[in-house]
Design a protein around this ligand. Structure first.
Ligand code: SF4
Ligand code: SF4
Length: 345
């Protein structure tokens, strides 16, 4: 294990030793499903960590943590992968950029004009980055946390959410930045915790008077795992007894981390025309984005995107509801309309 703290290593070893190699996790793992290779499975990855091998599978893990739900031995896989991985210099730079969405906007706008591999890949998934929306009212009672990708690539969703909150009489401040989940997925736990502390300072976290509302469900899940009292946007709508009508046949995608914590299961509760809802096969199957995974592991990512979008198309839906931005980028490859629940306000 590369450059790790001793406590992380001990925790990781404990989790590795809990694995009994039963294989119950295999079919839950998107990279195993699309390759049928043990190297790209949770069990194979755990074995490579146990044997101290720098195996290819460590880099191809999408950090979706679906294997944790399937594992009867309760292996906390995230502890293993965050200890086994370290970001290289380029990924470190990318993680720092996510913490400043305005820089992310300027950076992606510039890179998208280029001719490099990353430029093509970004253009393949992103229409055009937009300057993140800034908004601050005096003595806010709601802090709206768009998430770095939503801020930069889904500004329209942020605008709708803000207008809704203002119409309901709340004083709002937008907190732009990164929750640190992307850092965790690259093995930079310390950097992730620092990013979250920068995004939501401790005086806000500990204030009992404000409500924290997140527009990115996987970020909601990560912040909750970090002990924060934060509501996913649809949960806030539900608390206001507010419903939206979709109007066409729709299906709901369950983002992986949100699914782990059971967050998006209640999304349908804020939809009034449930008669239009159709279920896709395995709605929490990984979307193929894996945070920034799709930018650096194109081959594996494309296989998973194809498998996911086969499920989306099979549902017969015209609209996919996705409340996590990186998922929305890859789900668009299905050719369906992909919208956040706030887009219906
Ligand atoms: S299900 Fe759990 S115990 Fe079984 S192989 Fe997978 S990680 Fe190991
Ligand atoms: S986190 Fe996801 S991709 Fe990684 S081993 Fe688990 S199920 Fe597979």
């Amino acid at each position: 294990m590369r450059g790790t703290q001793r406590s992380d290593t001990i925790e990781s070893e404990r989790e590795v030793n809990k694995c009994v190699h039963c294989g119950f996790c295999l079919e839950s793992c998107p990279t195993y499903v699309v390759t049928r290779s043990e190297v790209h499975s949770p069990r194979g990855r755990i074995l490579s960590v146990k044997l101290g091998l720098d195996a290819e599978g460590i880099e191809t893990c999408m950090y979706c943590r679906r294997c944790e739900i399937a594992c009867p031995s309760g292996v906390k896989y995230d502890k293993i992968i965050t200890t086994a991985r370290r970001p290289d210099a380029f990924k470190k730079l990318m993680l720092k950029t996510l913490e400043r969405p305005r820089l992310l906007y300027l950076g992606t706008s510039a890179v998208m004009k280029g001719n490099g591999r990353l430029s093509y890949r970004l253009r393949d998934f992103i229409a055009s980055p937009e300057e993140p929306l800034e908004h601050e009212e005096k003595d806010p009672d709601v802090y709206l946390i768009p998430g770095c990708i939503t801020s930069t690539f889904f500004r329209g969703t942020v605008e709708k959410a803000l207008r809704f909150l203002q119409e309901k009489g709340f004083r709002v401040k937008i907190l732009n930045g990164c929750c640190g989940l992307a850092h965790y997925s690259e093995g930079d736990v310390k950097g992730g915790d620092e990013a979250l502390n920068k995004l939501v300072p401790s005086h806000i976290k500990s204030s009992g008077k404000v409500t924290l509302v997140s527009l990115s469900s996987n970020c909601t899940a990560h912040m909750r795992e970090k002990g924060m009292n934060v509501m996913d946007f649809h949960e806030f709508m539900k608390s206001m007894n507010y419903h939206v009508r979709i109007g066409n046949k729709f299906t709901i995608h369950y983002p992986c981390h949100a699914n782990l914590l059971g967050i998006t299961k209640s999304l349908a509760d804020v939809i009034s025309d449930k008669e239009n809802m159709v279920q896709m096969d395995d709605p929490s199957f990984e979307c193929g984005a894996g945070g920034a995974f799709f930018l650096f592991n194109e081959k594996m990512s494309d296989l998973v995107i194809e498998e996911k979008n086969r499920k989306v198309k099979g549902s017969g839906a015209e609209i996919v509801i996705s409340t996590n931005p990186s998922c929305s980028l890859t789900l668009k490859k299905s050719g369906k309309k992909v919208l956040h629940i706030a887009d219906f306000l």
